[in-house]
Design a protein around this ligand. Structure first.
Ligand code: FNR
Length: 339
């Protein structure tokens, strides 16, 4: 009988790219609602996850990975189970595998970050530091591919020379990964630098696995631009970061929605999944951009508590109803356990 593969497919997809602090559960669910096919988590460092324990949160209906200091390092739920890819920061195949085994039943894929240019990553031998260590890249990815049942992918930046980029991409492909995301900028380049569409195109032509084009937010301002970017790179799929950070409805085929609607929908998910208020505030701040200068923007910047933020968008009642629902559920569970 033909084996039916449950693995995630990466061709012809529009994807929420990984973003630290932005790619937490409310934003991922919002991106899926608007039409994203696959959502990446923010980068989670392997040794942070290693310190976590997995809990089933019966009040919220989530799976939580919580560290010793009770920080929720990763929260997910069944709604995204088949579409969420956990991005890992790692420089060690053994550690990467332990973490991947720990989370594999809760996610559809594991991605290794080989593009982060931040000092923290480079000093730790992670992110873009891996671009110069093909042996380690091979080891990490092939260990993961052999060791886990879900899809394994990788996200890289381009190297200064085209041949080097292609050689590394081919080495990555040889590990058996399901797809490769290519951000068309070098480790040194920043968003204001031109994204190297032609390099992504050359990588896509050289590989057989799906290549996910990234770095196009500067040239994507509406839904149809996503396909234009895909065609320009001749890649299989597109991953979007900044445009989604500013207005997540970029994934909507019918067109973008006004910012207030996005913030309301985001806040609803933040309440439903009891998102950390600091994270909620950060994400809304990214959406507001220059609107932080308005009267409401200023009031928002002063807000410290989730109820203060909710009040500004007329969501206080919704918050109270949900909080009451959570308390009732918690009480029921306490009684059940006391029996
Ligand atoms: C990022 N990026 C990023 N990349 C990654 O591999 N892991 C991560 O955790 C992050 N974090 C992150 C946070 C924020 C706020 C931004 C804006 C970006 C890089 C991102 O995934 C993407 O490669 C670049 O932003 C280029 O794509 P866009 O923005 O042109 O679509």
């Amino acid at each position: 009988m033909e084996q039916v593969s449950l693995r995630l497919k990466f061709d012809n997809k529009i994807i929420l790219a990984p973003m630290v602090r932005v790619g937490t559960l409310p934003m991922r669910l919002l991106a899926l609602d608007f039409g994203a096919d696959i959502v990446f988590t923010e980068e989670l460092i392997d040794y942070r996850l290693l310190k976590c324990q997995r809990f089933t949160n019966k009040i919220l209906g989530t799976i939580d990975y919580i560290d010793d200091d009770e920080n929720i390092v990763f929260r997910t739920c069944s709604k995204e189970r088949n579409k969420v890819v956990l991005q890992m920061g790692t420089c060690d195949p053994g550690r990467a595998l332990v973490v991947a085994k720990m989370v594999e039943k809760d996610v559809a894929g594991i991605d290794v970050n080989m593009g982060c240019p931040k000092e923290f990553s480079i000093k730790g031998g992670m992110g873009a530091a891996l671009l110069k260590q093909p042996d380690k890249v091979y080891n990490i990815l092939s260990t993961l591919v052999r060791g886990v049942s879900c899809s394994v992918t990788c996200k890289m930046r381009v190297l200064p020379e085209l041949e080097d980029t292609i050689a590394l991409a081919k080495l990555i492909e040889s590990t058996g990964v399901a797809a490769l995301t290519v951000h068309g900028r070098t480790k040194e380049e920043r968003p204001q630098h031109q994204n190297r569409t032609h390099v992504i195109q050359a990588v896509a032509a050289a590989l057989s696995i799906p290549v996910i084009a990234n770095g196009g937010s500067g040239e994507i301002s509406c839904y149809s631009d996503i396909e234009k970017f895909r065609r320009a790179t001749n890649a299989s799929s597109v991953a979007i970061a900044r445009q989604a950070e500013w207005n997540c409805s970029i994934f909507r085929p019918e067109g973008k929605l006004p910012l207030d609607e996005i913030i309301l929908a985001y806040l609803k998910y933040a309440i439903d999944y009891d998102n950390n208020v600091i994270n909620t505030k950060y994400c809304i701040q990214q959406m507001l951009g220059s609107l932080q200068e308005t009267l409401r923007g200023k009031a928002f910047l002063n807000a410290q508590q989730v109820h203060e933020i909710c009040e500004l968008w007329g969501m206080k009642e919704y918050l109270q109803t949900k909080q009451k629902e959570f308390e009732d559920r918690a009480e029921k569970l306490r009684k059940l356990h006391a029996r």
